[in-house]
Design a protein around this ligand. Sequence first.
Ligand code: GDP
Ligand code: MG
Length: 306
Amino acid sequence: MIERASLTKEGTDFRCGFVALVGKPNVGKSTLLNTIMGRKISIVTPKPQTTRNRILAVKNLENAQIIFLDTPGIHKPKIELNRRMVRMAFQAIGEADVVVVMVEANAPFEEEAKVIEEIEKITKPPILLINKIDLIRNKSELLPIIKEYDDRFNFAEIIPISALLADGIDRVMNEIIVRLPNSPPMFPEDMISDRAERFFVAELIREKIILKTKQEVPYSVAVDIEMWEESENLFRIGAIIYVEKESQKGIIIGKKGERLKEIGILARQDIEKLLGCKVYLELWVKVQPYWRRDPVALRRLGYEDI
Ligand code: GDP
Ligand code: MG
């Protein structure tokens, strides 16, 4: 739990608080966070379970500081890594002043409902965002979807949005702000996240691997930054890509190293944008059998238990 710091700001109507962004995997939570922040803070892929850690993002506005907690999607966990991921999501709900639940407009209602039932047990009525409305051609189809959620649950607000196209976001921000407590800001204004650059670099590499591999490989990958040297206008970064099996190592490296090279080029381009300077990126692939089930390996790779 993060304590309220004693930073002061003139004026009494300043609002500040924590907002947990929760929902099933793949509904668009990280996309919304990136849209609100105006930059990529959380990696996004078409595959579920892309977000593994709780990611904190600080949005500074004229009269408010909103501290978003992006969370891994809520699902039925089978192995230790996933159990930790789901616990993180529920912990964020417990810490939040405002809980925002996201569902997909096109998703089967009963599947979304199961997750909402879990959430409503532990928090006051959340704000519901029905995302991906850009995929609904006929807007009249939205009304019965909204009604279904409204009939079954008690939400503070129901807001249809498109996180991708930034549609409906102003209303989301307003509804969040009016529910935040009066409080001075808790973070300095130039701080947008509690994560260091290294974390974002490792995540960008992991994003490219997820995008370029299939089946179980994306889920079996962890990235650890091993070398980080800054010299004049150049960052030298070395990262180890951990997989669980020898066969996965082969897949990531590819024929004559082609896939690893491609992953490296894509990651380097994004890392250069992030750091604002030239980057020399070196990648190694190592097998760490069943790291996703091993508490010691999980801790070392940054997936702390909570
Ligand atoms: P998360 O697992 O909830 O964090 O979901 P992500 O933000 O990683 O998004 C999962 C996928 O849904 C990605 O392919 C996104 O591009 C896509 N997506 C997210 N928001 C929207 C949206 O508003 N419209 C459409 N069409 N796709 C979206
Ligand atoms: Mg995510």
